[in-house]
Design a protein around this ligand. Structure first.
Ligand code: NDP
Ligand code: MG
Length: 384
């Protein structure tokens, strides 16, 4: 029986984790969970899993939740609450599926407490990959990828030596606007951007997929997870999202992981690794039914966010923190209707260009830069 602490329980990955756990009650148990403000969904999850500790976004939500709880559960809130859930003593695994760089300190706390980390929260690795990986190494804690591309790479690496890897190839669906030209992106709406062709995900990551910043963030995530330099990480557009990513070896042999788009598979694999379990209502992949698979090079002028991410990753230091914080703020503003789709890119670029990289940043420095950049982006939006 694996005991799980689940952060971001009410979100897209959180709910699919709940589904995996409910499929295998003999293997998994959720002992602590955290969410933001969705009390209705939170109550449903508390009722199903009966966790001993629950954390929510703020005091107001905590009070609201306490007023509706049928049985006594310890309720905490804020970043401190999130950290308490992440490091919950009884848990073996911490699934981090919270949204954004707020996930960083909980991840570090879970590592310090010796938990296995199942990581969906890619912003954690983008904003402070060097700190997270160093802490995990020191504590001998595995960081198991939940992100489907990284899970595919993890499965395709199959324990081969680092020196035998020639390239990691991340596939990208191209998002909601794959077939639009850059000019056609000027007037796209929030609803259009939220309409992802292959995956059903939270709002922020769906927008990130449309700008392809998601792939940029994933390049940085792959760099840290697999300790591979940026020159050896490529992105390939693959509209069917059947090939989830590939590893090329020095003998030019390529190994990939394939399947239908279903996040429950990488979630479950992170929970069962190195074993596998059945997942009854998933769809079997019959390639004869799919028929054709398409692949295309990424045009870095069309998808500038991918280039920004490579540049920020290579610059290192605080630059990826800036990339991530600016992007989080810009996407949130787009989702509120405060800026246009192409403004997202513009705001990120502006933040990157203004920043002077600080190399080897501490957690304090990262926190400070993250805050400063968010403030600067909000200011830039107000001045428009
Ligand atoms: P969602 O927006 O669907 O869910 C986010 C979750 O985080 C919700 O439970 C939300 O709570 C909670 N949350 C947000 N802010 C806070 C806060 N301040 N304190 C506590 N909880 C908070 O996101 P996704 O599930 O789509 O994505 C989660 C992470 O996984 C992201 O990093 C994303 O990049 C990554 N990921 C997602 C994939 C997907 O298929 N969705 C695929 C691969 C990676 P509430 O809603 O109750 O306010
Ligand atoms: Mg992904």
């Amino acid at each position: 029986m694996k005991k799980i602490s689940l952060l971001g329980a009410t979100g897209s990955v959180g709910v699919q984790t709940d589904n995996v756990v409910r499929h295998h009650p003999e293997h998994f148990q959720i002992v602590a969970l955290a969410f933001g403000e969705n009390v209705d969904k939170g109550l449903e999850l508390i009722h199903t899993h009966r966790p001993k500790l629950v954390s929510v976004k703020n005091k107001e939500t905590a009070d609201k939740l306490k007023g509706q709880l049928a049985s006594p559960v310890k309720v905490v809130y804020g970043l401190e609450g999130l950290i308490e859930v992440a490091a919950y003593p009884e848990a073996d695994v911490t699934v981090n599926a919270v949204l954004g760089s707020i996930g960083l300190e909980p991840t570090l706390a879970a590592i310090a407490a010796g938990k296995i980390i199942a990581l969906a929260n890619k912003e954690t690795l983008v904003t402070a990959g060097h700190l997270v990986m160093a802490a995990a190494k020191e504590k001998h804690v595995p960081i198991l990828p939940v992100d489907s591309e990284h899970s595919a790479i993890f499965q395709s690496l199959n324990g081969e030596k680092q020196s035998q890897i020639k390239r990691l190839i991340l596939t990208a669906s191209g998002g909601s606007f794959r077939d639009k030209t850059r000019d056609e992106l000027h007037n796209v709406t929030i609803e259009e951007a939220l309409n992802h062709p292959n995956w059903s995900m939270g709002a922020k990551i769906t927008i990130d997929s449309a700008t392809m910043m998601n792939k940029g963030l994933e390049v940085i995530e792959a760099h840290w997870l697999f300790d591979v330099p940026y020159e050896k990480i490529d992105v390939l557009i693959h509209k069917e999202s059947i090939v989830h990513s590939l590893v090329e070896y020095i003998d030019n042999s390529v190994i990939a992981e394939l399947g239908h788009s279903d996040m429950r598979l990488p979630i479950q694999y992170a929970l069962t690794y190195p074993d596998r379990l059945e997942l009854t209502d998933t769809k079997q992949l019959n390639l004869w039914e799919v028929g054709q698979l398409h692949f295309q090079k990424v045009d870095m002028e069309r998808y500038r966010s991918v280039k920004f991410a490579y540049d920020a990753g290579r610059a290192g230091g605080t630059m990826p923190t800036v990339l991530n914080a600016a992007n989080e703020e810009a996407v949130a503003a787009f989702l509120k209707g405060a800026v246009t789709f192409l403004d997202i890119e513009g705001l990120v670029l502006q933040a990157l260009e203004k920043h002077h990289t600080i190399q080897h940043p501490t957690l304090e420095t990262i926190r400070m830069v993250d805050k400063e950049i968010r403030r600067a982006v909000q200011e830039a939006i107000r001045q428009r």
